[in-house]
Design a binder for this molecule. Sequence first.
Ligand SMILES: Nc1ncnc2c1ncn2[C@@H]1O[C@H](COP(=O)(O)OP(=O)(O)OP(=O)(O)O)[C@@H](O)[C@H]1O
Ligand SMILES: [Mg+2]
Length: 195
Amino acid sequence: MLTINNSKSSQGKRESAFKFDRVFDYTTQQEEIFEEVGKPIVADILKGYNCTIFAYGQTSAGKTYTMMNTKVSHGTDNRGLAPRVVEHLFDSIDKADPNLEFTVKTSFFEIYMERIFDLIERKLESLILTILANKVNLQVKEDTSSKGFYVDNLTENYVSSDAEVLNYLKIGNANKKISSTSMFELQKLTSRYEQ
Ligand SMILES: Nc1ncnc2c1ncn2[C@@H]1O[C@H](COP(=O)(O)OP(=O)(O)OP(=O)(O)O)[C@@H](O)[C@H]1O
Ligand SMILES: [Mg+2]
């Protein structure tokens, strides 16, 4: 049980308690995390629920490895949650009732310096303008009818196989590296420009 004490709470109730369902120790294999976390989530998605897998932790804790690793190394399947989840998602869609129709879309963004950036269609001009004008690039909006919270104007691509999703992951990861480098260069430029 994890208890969080919020001394600034205005509602009087200062303590919130959260229960752990499971703690995985350092001997845990990727496969096991997928069986416990990934599989049930795919089942819930197919029932129509909104689902999130969220990794949080200090640097080098293993978030990227656990979530995104796509490599099979030393003959062992060390793939992380994302490739396993999408593979299982499309397998499950193939096996589902043929009267049901599914559409799958992907998008990939990063939050950097409190701004949201599209990692699939990274528009350099918009990146430069954003920094120069010090304004918001993409915005989080809420649709109260069905969509819930979403990022407005984010690129969404229809996908029909896990290979397609993995390809977008690759594109996004490559853009991530470029964008942080360009952001750094741009910030140096703008600070010089403003002096
Ligand atoms: N379970 C594991 N088995 C083997 N290697 C691992 C494991 N978890 C993490 N690593 C390795 O440890 C290093 C740090 O892990 P990773 O990059 O996933 O951390 P991170 O939490 O994403 O850090 P950051 O916040 O800096 O992005 C990487 O080289 C990764 O390959
Ligand atoms: Mg990481």
